[in-house]
Design a protein around this ligand. Structure first.
Ligand SMILES: [Cu+2]
Length: 266
C-alpha cells in the first residue's frame, strides 16, 4: 500500500533536518543558529511531507514496515520536543512548535478525512485554509500593532558612548572580566554573561586573557560603544550615564562567537 520510493527520501530528509534542528537548538552552532534552525526545519518539513505522502499512498497503510517507520519518526520527534522544551532557553522555540502544530494538526485531520470520508475533503480543506489565513493575518496584525518585538525592527537609538579615562571619585564601578581562554569557541567569555548594571555605575571590562579582544556593541557594530583592540591586562571603561535604560548586546570583533549582554537598570 505504501510507496517506498517516496518514503526513503522522506526519511532521509527528515533525519537530516531533525539532526540540524537538534544541533541548532542544542546551541552547538551558536553563530549560525538563527538561519540554521529555519533551514533545517524546512528540510524536515519537506522530509515529513514526502514521508507521509509515501506512507499514505493508496490509503492508510496497514503494512508493518510503514507502521514501524511512523512510530520511529513520531517517537524521535516527541523525544526531541520534550528535550527542547525542558532543556532549551531559545525564545523562538514556542514559535517553531506552534508552526509545527499548525501544519501537523490539519495534515492529520485532512489525511483522515481523505481516507474515511472523501466527500467532506473539500469543505474540510477549505475550512483549514481559511483558518490558516485568518491565523496568519491576526498573528502578523498583532505582531505589528501589539507589544511583541518579534516582528518589529528595533529602533536604533543614536548614541555614542565615550570611553571613560578617569573614574570620577565616588562613582561605583561594575567589573566585567574577559575570561582566560575565551577566544576558544564554547568557552565562557564575558563574566558575568548578562551584566545587570544599575544606572550611574561605570562599567569596567578587564581583558584577563592573553589574547586580543574587543568590547563592541553588536546591533550597530560599535556605533554605541567600541573598545578597539584590548591587549591582555588592558581595561575599557564606559559610563552608564551615557546609556539609555535597556539591554545592549555586545561582542568581540576578533571572536564573533563571544557575545554577552549588558542591561542598564534603574
Ligand atoms: Cu575575543
Amino acid at each position: 500500500m505504501s510507496n517506498w520510493d517516496l518514503m526513503m527520501p522522506g526519511m532521509g530528509l527528515t533525519a537530516i533536518g531533525l539532526a540540524g534542528v537538534v544541533i541548532s537548538y542544542a546551541g552547538i552552532a551558536h553563530t549560525f543558529m538563527d538561519g540554521m534552525h529555519a533551514l533545517t526545519g524546512l528540510t524536515m518539513f519537506f522530509g515529513l511531507i514526502f514521508l507521509s505522502a509515501g506512507i499514505l499512498e493508496g490509503g492508510v497503510s496497514t503494512s508493518n514496515k510503514a507502521k514501524a517507520t511512523t512510530l520511529v519518526i513520531i517517537s524521535i520527534s516527541l523525544s526531541f520536543g520534550a528535550f527542547a522544551f525542558t532543556m532549551s532557553e531559545s525564545n523562538t522555540l514556542p514559535t517553531f512548535a506552534g508552526l509545527m502544530m499548525m501544519i501537523v494538526t490539519p495534515a492529520v485531520v485532512i489525511a483522515y478525512v481523505a481516507a474515511k470520508m472523501p466527500m467532506y475533503l473539500k469543505p474540510m480543506a477549505a475550512i483549514f485554509i481559511l483558518a490558516g489565513v485568518a491565523a496568519i493575518t491576526s498573528y502578523v496584525g498583532f505582531g505589528v500593532y501589539g507589544p511583541s518585538p518579534y516582528l518589529l525592527q528595533e529602533e536604533v537609538v543614536e548614541e555614542t558612548v565615550e570611553e571613560v579615562k578617569v573614574i570620577p571619585p565616588g562613582t561605583p564601578v561594575f567589573a566585567i572580566s574577559i575570561m582566560e581562554g575565551s577566544s576558544e569557541q564554547g568557552m565562557p567569555d564575558y563574566e558575568p554573561d548578562v551584566a545587570n548594571v544599575p544606572k550611574g555605575h561605570v562599567i569596567e571590562w578587564t581583558n584577563d586573557d592573553n589574547v586580543v579582544h574587543t568590547v563592541t556593541s553588536s546591533i550597530d557594530f560599535g556605533e554605541t560603544f567600541d573598545s578597539g583592540l584590548l591587549n591582555g591586562g588592558e581595561k575599557f571603561l564606559i559610563s552608564t550615564d551615557d546609556l539609555s535604560l535597556g539591554a545592549y548586546e555586545y561582542m568581540c570583533i576578533v571572536h564573533p562567537w563571544m557575545v554577552s549582554t549588558l542591561v542598564v537598570e534603574e
